[in-house]
Design a protein around this ligand. Structure first.
Ligand SMILES: O=C1C[C@@H](O)[C@H](O)[C@@H](O)C1=O
Ligand SMILES: [Co+2]
Length: 293
């Protein structure tokens, strides 16, 4: 009931396409399969047409787990986000995915080169919170039209990053319409307790990203007032089993809760420094040791 995927961001970075631009799409998906994964998310080199993409993935035994969607509910009319969302939903539906990763990017600093990620994260006003929660419920309804769910991605450098913000989002949205994505790396980077979040929201968590943190790089990012992107380039993120997070107690909670769905290894770092295939393999072995999967 749990399937293991890996994100293409370790081969070519979506936020900084120059990182890993030398790695081809076919190399990426072939190495995912070779490392022992059965799923992928979507990267910027993937074919946009579902039939073409299936023709590449199926021979390699890969399915599409989900893909990221940037919402701008706090800063633009709902219809603009909805129009792009429907296109994204229909693509994922054609690929057989069940969940749609949504992250609010209004006021986000995650793509800004020089904005310190630990100092300058945005905080939504009460009006923006209302736009966000009402808009997400409407996106959830649009997802239901195709028998899909939205899973909200809390994220460093955005208005939904901390435990308090995740709580506010969960408290003010209908559980039938808005589910949660659990990303271990973003929680630990932000100083949150992943176990506490998992326990509190196990009923609403319908997609998981396994990401680890290199403690010394995270501390360097804090001390230097670096941006999120600089942190990625410096290697703040890595695969499970290579950083500071102990995934054993996290896995116990996931297992006890009877989680069903995808666990996707997602570790954006410089592929020229951290060979994506070798790191994907390393994560696969660590996950096998910890979970038996
Ligand atoms: O799920 C994710 C998608 C990426 O584009 C993002 O920047 C990364 O940090 C993440 O967790
Ligand atoms: Co993630």
């Amino acid at each position: 009931m749990i399937k293991l995927g890996v994100a293409p961001i370790a081969w070519t970075n979506d936020d900084m396409p120059e990182l890993g631009s030398e790695n081809t799409f076919e190399q990426c998906i072939s190495e995912m399969a070779l490392a022992g994964y059965t799923g992928t998310e979507i990267g910027n080199k993937y074919p946009k047409d579902p039939e073409t993409l299936k023709a590449y993935l199926e021979p390699r035994g890969l399915e599409v787990a989900s893909a990221w969607f940037s919402a701008y509910l706090t800063v633009e009319p709902f219809e603009r986000t909805a129009e792009r969302f429907i296109e994204h939903r229909d693509f994922l539906h054609a690929m057989g995915a069940k969940v749609i990763v949504v992250s609010e990017q209004g006021h986000s600093i995650q793509g800004q080169e020089d904005t310190p990620v630990f100092e300058d994260k945005p905080y939504f006003t009460d009006d923006e919170w209302n736009l966000l929660t009402e808009g997400l419920e409407k996106l959830g309804e649009l997802a239901h039209e195709k028998d899909m769910e939205i899973v909200y991605h809390h994220h460093m450098g955005t208005g939904v990053q901390t435990t308090e913000e995740i709580d506010r989002l969960m408290e003010n949205t209908d559980p039938a319409k808005v589910s949660l994505l659990f990303d271990t790396g973003h929680l630990v980077y932000s100083g949150e307790d992943p176990i506490e979040i998992y326990e509190r929201y196990s009923d609403r968590i319908k997609h998981i990203h396994f990401k680890d943190i290199r403690k010394e790089k995270m501390e360097e990012v804090k001390a230097n007032k670096d941006s999120f992107l600089t942190g990625v380039r410096k290697g703040a993120f890595t695969v499970p089993g290579d950083g500071m997070i102990d995934f054993k107690p996290i896995w116990e909670k996931i297992n006890q809760a009877g989680y069903e769905g995808w666990i996707v290894v997602e570790a954006e770092q410089d592929p020229a420094v951290a060979n994506p295939f070798l790191y994907a393999q390393k994560a696969r072995e660590y996950i096998k040791d910890v979970t038996g999967l």
